[in-house]
Ligand binder design. Structure first.
Ligand SMILES: C[S@@+](CC[C@H](N)C(=O)[O-])C[C@H]1O[C@@H](n2cnc3c(N)ncnc32)[C@H](O)[C@@H]1O
Length: 336
């Protein structure tokens, strides 16, 4: 038995063993019914009672104690035990678990109002910077009217929609698929790296473009959603026929990016759509940017979430192209 399998076995026994569950629940003062359940077939599943509380699941810190100045809250912190137990059952994510524990110990959690203000400022900046279709085509060197992937590859798209509809877990929404497709063609991309897969819409678009040009490969990095039990479904919209050009690395960005990029620098196109925190973006953008070839593009989804994309573009002294995304979101593009 490998070390990884041994620890996985040990952790799964600990969380299925009822006396252990009871002791843990009473020690951290949570209702036993809130602890995740584990089965060999389905892995960890979140209890129904907690699924109704978005924002709570997956967060490390339960908010305890009085407010603090400067947008931070609560000195007294307690680890969210469901998240902790979930991580214990995922040996490949132990480093991520330790990182998150360390961060939560040293970083005060920011107030919700502070985060909302950051988002508002970022939205204002996105709205002021947004390009109209003509401007963006000119800036990016793309020809005006770009047909969508769904129109160019109707059969592949229909099958993907069916795969997503029948997927037993809900995952994050698609990145800027049409932009990614045409970016690959425009850049004659041979080496593409992306972070964040979920259903795999962006991977599908990139792989369709690589297949159309009969060149290149894509490496996608993804760690599953905490507590959602979706690891078996990651990339479910990508058909087998396209997988020969695809490597899916199931690790957190921080573990995977340095290794992936070491083996394939320089890259033509980078797509960031994983950890949306300021800290996560700062790390991911910097790594991807340093691996891009001159003229390559860094495309980031959901740049309105916080000010990380704006700060990064200032840091590398580039004027980004900002495009409207789905449901009031924004997508940013930086040309190296
Ligand atoms: C919005 S979804 C990606 C959507 C995808 N690009 C598409 O177009 O279908 C975000 C994905 O990133 C993953 N993720 C979040 N934080 C991550 C991290 N630190 N490292 C790697 N993956 C992460 C999530 O689990 C999720 O699968």
């Amino acid at each position: 038995m490998t070390g990884e399998a041994f620890f996985s076995e040990l952790a799964s026994r600990a969380v299925t063993h009822e006396p252990v569950r009871k002791r843990v629940a009473s020690f951290v003062s949570v209702d036993l019914r809130l602890l995740p359940r584990y089965s060999r077939e389905g892995g960890f599943t979140q209890p129904a009672s907690s699924r109704r509380r978005p924002g709570h699941a997956g967060s490390w810190i339960q908010r305890v104690g009085a407010g603090e100045p400067h947008g931070t809250i609560g000195r007294r912190k307690s680890v969210n035990v469901r998240t902790f137990l979930w991580f214990l059952g995922q040996p490949p994510l132990y480093r991520e678990m330790l990182r998150r524990l360390a961060w939560s110990a040293v970083t005060p959690r920011t107030r919700r109002s502070y985060r909302e203000r950051q988002k508002l400022l970022s939205r204002e900046w996105c709205a002021a910077s947004v390009h109209n279709p003509d401007e963006s085509s000119r800036e990016l060197g793309l020809s005006g009217d770009l047909p969508s992937v769904a129109v160019l590859h109707p059969a592949a798209w229909k099958n993907a929609e069916l795969a997503a509809r029948t997927c037993p877990v809900r995952m994050g929404g698609p990145g800027a698929v049409d932009l990614l497709y045409h970016a690959c063609l425009h850049l004659h991309a041979e080496r593409v790296v992306e972070t964040g897969v979920a259903y795999g819409w962006s991977s599908l678009a990139i792989l369709l473009a690589l297949e159309a040009t009969q060149q290149g490969s894509l490496v996608s990095i993804d760690m599953p959603y905490v507590l959602r039990g979706n690891s078996g479904q990651v990339g479910c919209v990508v058909p087998d026929a396209l997988r020969k050009r695809w490597t899916l690395v199931r690790r957190p960005d921080r573990d995977a990016l340095p290794k992936v990029l070491q083996g394939m620098t320089p890259i033509d196109l980078a797509h960031y759509d994983s950890d949306k925190s300021e800290r996560g973006r700062a790390f991911g953008y910097a790594m991807l940017w340093s691996a891009l070839r001159p003229g390559g593009w860094l495309i980031s989804d959901d740049i309105h979430d916080n000010l990380a994309f704006r700060l990064f573009s200032e840091q590398v002294s580039r004027k980004p192209v900002v495009l409207p995304g789905r449901d009031g979101s924004y997508v940013g593009i930086l040309k190296k």
